[in-house]
Design a protein. Structure first.
Length: 108
């Protein structure tokens, strides 16, 4: 569930614990509206995030917040990745022209 880069980025954006609006999340992850909607629904169905919709004036504001389960699953995922890195025995790859695999704001 978490290994998909877009879902990992969403969860990483929520780590500080403050609610993040749809527009803030869209900017942080560089996801399209439709993709962000689908991926946040999947995370909500898994119990990793809460989605709250409220009305402010004539607009509906959607906010996301990581759950305790989401924070724990992300922590375990990162620990597993660290174990893989620590156990790595393959030779180092030469540096490419870009130091990041993607250009989304989450990894900045």
């Amino acid at each position: 569930m978490i290994s998909a880069p877009c879902r990992l980025g969403i969860l990483a954006s929520l780590i500080p614990g403050l609610p993040v609006t749809f527009m803030e999340m869209k900017e942080a992850t560089s996801l399209s509206d439709g993709n962000l909607h689908v991926q946040t629904r999947k995370l909500q169905e898994a119990g990793y995030i809460d989605i709250n919709k409220s009305t402010k004036g004539r607009r509906t504001v959607t906010e996301f917040r990581i759950t305790d389960l989401g924070r724990e699953r992300l922590r375990l995922h990162v620990m597993k990745l660290q174990q893989i890195l620590d156990a790595g025995t393959s030779p180092q790859r030469p540096e490419s022209s870009s130091s990041r695999a993607d250009d989304s704001a989450v990894w900045a």
